[in-house]
Design a protein around this ligand. Sequence first.
Ligand SMILES: Nc1ncnc2c1ncn2[C@@H]1O[C@H](COP(=O)(O)OP(=O)(O)OP(=O)(O)O)[C@@H](O)[C@H]1O
Ligand SMILES: [Mg+2]
Length: 466
Amino acid sequence: MSNVTVCARFRPLSSKEMRDDRDGGVCVRGIDAESFVFQDDKEDEFTFSLDRVFYEDSAQAAVYEFLALPIMRDAVNAINGTIITYGQAWAGKTYSMEGPGIQDCDEHKKGLLPRVVDGMFEQIRSSKDIARYTVKLSMVEIYMEKVRDLLDLSKGNIQIKENKTQGILLSGVTEVPVSDSTEALQHLCTGLANRAVGETQMNMSSSRSHCAYLFTIHQESVKDKRAKTGKLILVDLAGSEKADKTGAEGRVLEEAKTINKSLSALGNVINALTSGSPNKANHIPYRDSKLTRILQDALGGNSRMALVCCCSPSTSNASETLSTLRFGMRAKHIKASPRASEVKSTKTQEEPSSETKDEKRGRILEKMKERMSKEDIKMLEEVFIQEGIIFSPDSMEEVDAAYEDTVSKTIISLQQTVEELQLKVKELEAENKGIKEQAFGNLEYDRLGKMSRFISSWYASLFTSA
Ligand SMILES: Nc1ncnc2c1ncn2[C@@H]1O[C@H](COP(=O)(O)OP(=O)(O)OP(=O)(O)O)[C@@H](O)[C@H]1O
Ligand SMILES: [Mg+2]
């Protein structure tokens, strides 16, 4: 069992923070590469220790090498990985993820995403004698609780599905095959241009949505044709913000409320995952937001995960920084147990197949999807819905949700009943013991009485006979 890698990253003071706070007040004092002292609004001091702390002069390359490179390497070897940037608005999440731009930016300032793309194709190149790789890229944003396909804006409400073998899936999302880093970066740029951005007093170009970059890395061994797949997801979250600080109103306020709600849902999932007894089934509210649902596999442990807690170093943002750090500390306790994806043989038909029913169905459907046009699939789906063979995607999602929630609630209520029964049994045992003791006492008393009566009558008979 390995834990989640959690790092803190402090950006330099912004010009606004320097202007607003004449002393240039800073709430963080570094101790070393893993610990620092944080001072809150009341000047109370707390020492935090995380996997790594990146201070304002840390290089983008250092962040990449410490937390993203190992996860990227594993994903190329079919172990799923997730990298998330978290923090209040204007804390440096997008800067850490992308840098000032995806393409043509200063080499030193390049963010995690372009570095991951370069590193991934470099590793694939160096392994080309061992395996043949195909990489597919998808990009979505969660805006106002809708999952939008950033590579095809006509898909404005992508449904999230769950498959026994593949885990969480984005139904019908665009997956573009990418063969090198230049091609991948071009697609990423197109997608990013479609991202929803807003303007607040905190940030001139604030991310108004959570953005997820998904890479599916499929490999087929040259030697025995065995195939495996790794999923790598990078998530640039939208920032939490207080409306009074940002001056948000109207649509921007609505966006902020939705962002805050989904971030609270993320906090609730992490709380549920890190509290309670490990042997007890705990209801994890993944379905409370699209964000937690998409991240279900990563948060649930079937993925390596790294979290960059982006923070402002300014005393004026101390309370937000403290809450970001507490979130990171909590996430550190999530237990992760990532596994290499199931290895499937792509050998010839004559060989005995170890394919399960689900896998076989999935493979046939994939093949059909490749052969059929989008229109064919749509028409088939319409016929199936009409005939009642399948539910419409919306109701399917709802049925799934209701089923899973009911199962989980039933398990929890059964556990409560068992606990109550155990308590009752203990109470009854104690009561029974009392009754037994009393009964035993009475019995003894009775026996003693009988014995003393016998002795006195025997004693009396001695004298009578004498
Ligand atoms: N480590 C850093 N070094 C230099 N500048 C930084 C650093 N981190 C952030 N910045 C700058 O701070 C500003 C805010 O950063 P960014 O846009 O990444 O914040 P954010 O957390 O994504 O905000 P939002 O939640 O509003 O999207 C930007 O101007 C960015 O260039
Ligand atoms: Mg941002």
